[in-house]
Write a protein of this length. Structure first.
Length: 242
């Protein structure tokens, strides 16, 4: 699928609905999203807009395969074909995460006691990059994001919230996957590091990467987003959980 300028749609979401089942409340069903549809193309950054609770984070989690889709299609255009995450089995989801889509969540989740440098280098090593090269690339990103070298051998659980988020961002940007999902990547960062993340987003776009993100920081959103998808247009009910 291509747009008017011939750029490829890396992500195509069509007719997506999401309903949560509240098992602790007698199986009550809570509709969140309906008729969700949008695309993200190569070299483009798209922001999900809307108030807190509109369902933005749920959209990212569905695309990454963390949340099941009630109805609709979420097509990831991989180098060797199209994967519909909404209908994919566990192996296909893992393959998509390995080859197509990366995800920077709001919180760093990693194995305890693993060094920060290893955490950032790990996605490259998993994809066959030589460990020495992977660590060099990881070190470059950690340096750029102002993580002092004295911390690289320490587990991020000992870091401040802002330092953990910078490690999280470095891990997300270290690979060259076609699509990167960003959930508030600058929320805990100072001005200098917000500028670095903005630069990383622009550079990935320039290399042809596609980005879908949530940016509550209006300045960051204005600096990086080509357009905004108004999520509240697709809300099934008001007051939903994000």
């Amino acid at each position: 699928m291509t747009d008017a300028y011939g750029t490829r749609a890396i992500l195509a979401v069509s007719g997506v609905e999401k309903t949560f089942t509240m098992h602790l409340q007698g199986g009550q069903r809570l509709p969140v999203l309906t008729r969700l549809a949008f695309e993200v193309h190569a070299g483009e950054c798209v922001a999900l807009g809307g108030a807190s609770g509109a369902g933005k984070s749920s959209i990212l989690k569905m695309i990454c395969g963390n949340y099941a889709v009630t109805r609709g299609r979420i097509e990831l255009h991989a180098p060797d074909g199209v994967i519909d995450i909404a209908a994919a089995g566990p192996r296909q989801v893992l393959a998509a995460r390995r080859h197509v889509v990366g995800y920077v969540s709001q919180f760093l989740r990693c194995v305890p006691r693993v060094a920060a440098l290893q955490i950032v280098a790990e996605p490259l090593i998993d994809r066959g990059v030589r460990p020495a090269e992977a660590r060099d690339r990881a070190a470059g990103l950690l340096t750029r994001l102002a993580i002092p070298e004295r911390l690289w051998a320490l587990p991020p659980a000992t870091f401040s919230g802002g330092e953990q988020q910078r490690v999280n961002v470095a891990r997300g940007f270290v690979t060259e996957l076609p699509l990167l999902l960003l959930d508030e990547p600058t929320a805990a960062l100072d001005v200098r590091n917000r500028e670095v993340v903005t630069e990383l987003i622009r550079e990935k776009r320039a290399r042809g990467g596609a980005i879908l993100g949530i940016f509550h920081d209006a300045e960051v959103r204005a600096a990086v987003a080509d357009r905004v998808v108004p999520v509240e247009m697709f809300a099934a009910v008001t007051g939903t959980a994000s």
